[in-house]
Design a protein. Structure first.
Lengths: 248, 81
């Protein structure tokens, strides 16, 4: 399993993702450049956190039209694994690879804090090593993380099991006090219908060693690595289809 | 060269915390007769186009593609000759 981490002008978590993979998990990983459409044959593309193009216009709005994104969209459409974290999630929304949009946090504050996330679905390549209902302690750091979609889209996400992570309290309840930004239904992460594109506001790559305060983020990276092991090199699309078939 | 203005605003029903904060500040300043504030932004765009009609079409295209996010925002185009 080879990972590619895209660097946009203003990305600032690209090295965190790279270090988590290369130094903590000893996994092959390459940097990809925003202006270069070459995805270097990687199996999973990570769109990292940061402030691509200074968050000008709207977070992710300019990055979405970078040359590399044309390739990422094609890659995603053919079943390739794409993982957007924080600004990467915002870029996926702007690109239309995931439904909805981000609004300014309802608190009007930049939210920089540890949160608890409930894993709402373990039937994804990104969470298959998690236990159902597992709670992860992972940090967030964003000003535009208030996930918004209209009622129809929210219903579709909920009914289709596409809500992957929710902000919860210590009892695992998604209440108002555990919602750091006003997101509808306490949504912290969603995937597309096919299950190969995941977007999440929290930063698992910043929680990969206990010295950082938590190593809970590792389970997501390990899920992806496990995917390859059990899939024995089958293309991602087939694996996802099989998983979804099994669930029906 | 034609000049146009694109006004982008949040759709009705989409929460505007900036607008709410501004309204609260105004109330604190004594302007308690301000009932509601909704923020938005304006783009002044100079474009090449044959005539006002094609200018409008071009502005609408860039507005729906980039200047506004149709999930949360609506836009209004105005062409000045």
């Amino acid at each position: 399993m080879r990972f590619g981490v895209v660097t946009f002008p203003g990305s600032n978590c690209d090295y965190d993702a790279y270090a988590a993979l290369r130094h903590v998990l000893c996994t092959p990983v390459e940097f990809l450049w925003h202006a270069d459409p070459d995805l270097k044959d990687v199996d999973c593309v990570i769109l990292p956190g940061g402030f691509s193009f200074g968050d000008y216009l709207r977070a992710g709005a300019i990055a979405r039209f970078s040359p590399v994104m044309g390739s990422v969209i094609k890659f995603a459409e053919t079943g390739g694994l794409v993982w957007g974290i924080c600004n990467g999630f915002q870029i996926l929304l702007e690109a239309g690879l995931l439904p909805g949009a981000m609004l300014r946090n309802s608190t009007m504050r930049f939210a920089c804090q540890w949160v608890r996330l409930s894993v709402e679905s373990t039937r994804t390549p990104f969470t298959r090593s998690c236990s159902p209902g597992q709670i992860l302690r992972i940090p967030i750091a964003h000003a535009e993380g208030d996930y918004y979609a209209d009622d129809d889209v929210i219903d579709e996400l909920e009914n289709g099991g596409q809500v992957v992570f929710r902000y919860v309290n210590s009892r695992g309840e998604a209440d108002e006090s555990s919602n750091p930004n006003g997101s509808r239904h306490n949504i912290a992460g969603i995937m597309n219908r096919e299950g190969n594109v995941l977007g999440m506001m929290p930063h698992p790559e910043r929680a990969v060693e206990t010295i950082l305060g938590s190593a809970d983020g590792l389970v997501l990276f390990r899920s992806l690595l496990g995917t390859t092991a059990s899939g024995m090199g089958t293309p991602a699309k087939t694996r996802v289809a099989t998983q979804r078939g099994a669930q029906v | 060269m034609l000049k146009g203005t694109v006004k982008v605003r949040l759709k009705d029903g989409v929460l505007d915390p900036q607008g709410q904060t501004i309204r609260r500040a105004l109330a604190q300043m004594g302007y308690d007769w301000v009932r509601n504030v909704r923020t938005g932004r304006t783009f002044e765009v100079e474009i090449e186009a044959e005539d006002a009609l094609s200018a409008r079409g071009r502005l609408e295209e860039i507005s729906s593609k980039l200047l506004a996010n149709p999930v949360i925002e609506s836009f209004q185009v105005e062409v000045r000759s």
